[in-house]
Design a protein around this ligand. Sequence first.
Ligand code: NAD
Ligand code: TYD
Length: 338
Amino acid sequence: MIKVLVTGGAGFIGSNFVRHALSTHGDWEVTTLDKLTYAGRLENLKDVMDNPRHAFVKGDVADPTAAGPLVAESEIVVHFAAETHVDRSIAGAGEFIMTDVYGTFVLLEAARQAPSLRRFVQISTDEVYGSVADGSSRETDELRPRNPYSASKAGADRLAYSYWATYGVPVIVTRASNNYGPNQFPEKVIPLFITNAIDNVPVPLYGDGLNERDWLHVSDHCQALDLLIDAGVSGEVYNIGGGNQVRNVDLTRSILQLLDKPESLIRPVADRLGHDRRYSLDTSRLRRLGWTPRISFDMGLAQTVAWYAQNEWWWRPIKDADPAFRTYYESQYGSRDA
Ligand code: NAD
Ligand code: TYD
C-alpha cells in the first residue's frame, strides 16, 4: 500500500481530494491531518470516515510532534492546510504566517528526513503572481503578491522550492486559480452569494464588480494534482487554471439567474483593500502532460448551485447557527456601504 498524507483534508479542496484519491487509487492509504479550524469540517469527510484505507488525525501542521511522524511514514504528501481567506488576512495576518509559512517549514523539515518520500506537493495559488493587467501568468513570471494571504502563500511556495534546490526534497509546486464546487466554506464569493440568494439576502459585490477571476472546478483541480503526483518533475511549478475568465458582476448575475432571483439583490459595497483586479493563468505546461479541464463553467456553476440548494444541512449550521460566523459576517459586511 502507498501511504499518502493529506494536510488540510477537512477543508474544501482537501476533502474533495481525499474522496478522489480513495476512489481512484485502491492501493492508497490516506491519512488526513487537519487542525479543524473554522474552515475544517468533519462533515466534509463523512463519506470516508469509515473507509479502512482512511485515517483522520486532528493536529496542527506547525506542531512537529503531530506532523513529523506522519510525514516520516509517507511516500506522498499533499499539503493543502492553510488559512485561505483574503479578507480575513486583511483583518489579521498572524494565523496566516503561523500556518501557511511556519507550518510549511515544519512539514518540509520533516520531509528532509522522511526515508520513503517520493513526492511533496506544495499547494500554492495563482494569487502569488499578484494582479495581472493583461495576458496570462506563466510559471516563470515574477511573484508580486499584494495581500497578506498571497504573500504568506508566496513565502511557502518559495520555501518549498528551496527545500528541493538545497536538500533535494521531491517538491512540486502547484498554483491553481479560484476553485469552486461542493463543500466550499460560505465565506468565499460563490457559496456566499448562492446561500444568501437562496435566503433572499442581498449579495455584497465589492467595488465596481469588474474584477476577474479564472474559475476552476474542484474536481478538475483534483485530476490535475493526481496527474502531477506522478508526471510532475521535482523542482518545477505547475499552473492549474480552468480557463474561465469571469467578471464578478457576471458571475453574480449568473448565480441569481440560476436561482431565479432578481438582480435587485445585488448590494454594491466598498471595495476590498488592495483588491487584485485580475488573475489569469497560462496552463500550457500542465496541458502538455495531457490534462484538460472537463467541466465547463456553465455546467459546473449550475451543479454547484444545485448542490447548495440540496444540501442545506451542510451550510445552515454555519450561516444560521454559528455565532463566530455571524460575528465575522457582521464585521465584514455590517456597515460596508459603497
Ligand atoms: P479551506 O479554508 O477550505 O481549508 C483549509 C483547511 O486547512 C481546513 O480544513 C483547516 O482546518 C485546515 N487547517 C488550517 N490551518 C491548519 C493547521 N495549522 N494545521 C492543520 N490544518 C489546518 O481551504 P481550501 O479552499 O480548501 O484551500 C486549500 C489549499 O488550496 C490552500 O493551501 C489554499 O491556499 C489553496 N488554494 C485554494 C484556492 C481556492 O480557490 N480555494 C485556489 C488556489 C489554491
Ligand atoms: P474570494 O472568493 O474571496 O476569492 P479570492 O479573493 O481568493 O479571489 O473572492 C472572489 C472575488 O469575489 C474577488 O474579486 C472578491 C469578490 N468578492 C465580492 O465581491 N464580495 C464578497 O463578499 C466576496 C467574499 C468576494
